[in-house]
Design a protein around this ligand. Sequence first.
Ligand code: ARG
Length: 471
Amino acid sequence: MVDTKKTGKNTKANQMWGGQFSVAPAELLAKINVSVGFDKQLYRQDISGSIAHAKMLAKQKIITEADAKAIIEGLKAILADIEAGDFVFQDALEDVHMNIESALKERIGEAAGRLHTARSRNDQVATDFRLYVRDALDAFDGAFMALQRTLLKRAEEHVGTLMPGFTHLQVAQPVTLGHHLLAYVEMIGRDRDRIRDARKRMNESPLGAAALAGTSFPIDRDYTAKELGFAAPMANSLDAVASRDFALEFLSVAAISAVHLSRFAEEMVNWSSAQFGFIRFSDAWSTGSSIMPQKRNPDAAELVRGKSGRMFGNLMSLLTTMKGLPLAYNKDMQEDKEPVFDSVENLMVCVQAMTGMVLDFSVNKEEMEESASEAYANATDLADWLVRELKLPFRDAHHITAKLVKLASGKGKKLEELSLKEMQSIEPKILKSIFSVLPTIDSVKSRTSFGGTAPENVRKAIAEAKKRYLK
Ligand code: ARG
């Protein structure tokens, strides 16, 4: 049985906020309350926020220059200790903010206590977390650009490599591999737009909102906003401490990107199978089986596909936490961090692994081209010829083509293997020139409409994409 009244071993009240308390928190309260195990990841942002705040307090003569100097030097020394692995975060101090403040007190004494003037942990954590998410958005913009660069490089190599295009995962019309890869360059381009858009919207400073209502001290919120690289201070103190839509936007962007990555990952899984045989991963990107010696498994692609699940879960988790919370700060909001940390960590490894895989795979051109010419992928080209040359309405041409496909498949032939006579048995007006549109390469070359798969288009599209995305 759990003794729910049992208090912590340390019988002293919490040293940061325990002034009115005579005993330590119940062990279970301490257990549910503690966040330093994960929010210690915010140490860098917490120290930057505190340095900006201390500078501002001194500039506004709210604390002395000497105190500010001691605080800033102390914080810098703590940062160095943490980065060197010489800092012990303590659960008893609850969170990253109180761990750092307490260390500062040990280091510089009384002046440390002045740092928290005109500030609350509520605006402190909102500031730290915004800085963290902003850094993450910037890192993703770069990581996605690296993936685009790699896709463009592979697309350039395969401007003219024929492959089947699919709908319903049934062979539809031939396309080029270069064109297929460019589809992902575009999707990722929009992911990057969303990242930049979210960054712009979230780049305002909560610092100075204090607990919820602002402060009576003559602070300068424009100054701290500028110091921290924010475009402006947030306009409403309640909103500043209570809102987490910036984190939700990050999680949405991450979830949408994860959808894109999972689709390409699924294609890689298919393409590397014996049934497709389109691509092969080198040993560096394949795993073996402990029982089946012949296996080369695409584990990384499967994990990119699989990790999308937790990315959606993280978004749902924070949406649900935030739903219905009254203004302003509520402790529920401490639950905002783990989903974000998890999506940052996992999406980053997914993007990087995708970049590695795209660079790695070798292409079996013969197999791709062969399957592009199978399953009547050129049926639309035949129908288009009937429309163009015989002036048939497309619906009639579709009907005639379907009959020709049926005839050919009954004979186990491709469309181009039918004789002119056999074709004319279905539509007497068909001419020999129909055969010129049936080879896969001619089908692909004919698709010159803007955004289409013709190699000359793809070459232009690559040049355009480089200009747009690789700045
Ligand atoms: N660890 C807390 C969080 O992440 C910091 C803010 C706590 N504020 C408070 N009033 N208890 O949300």
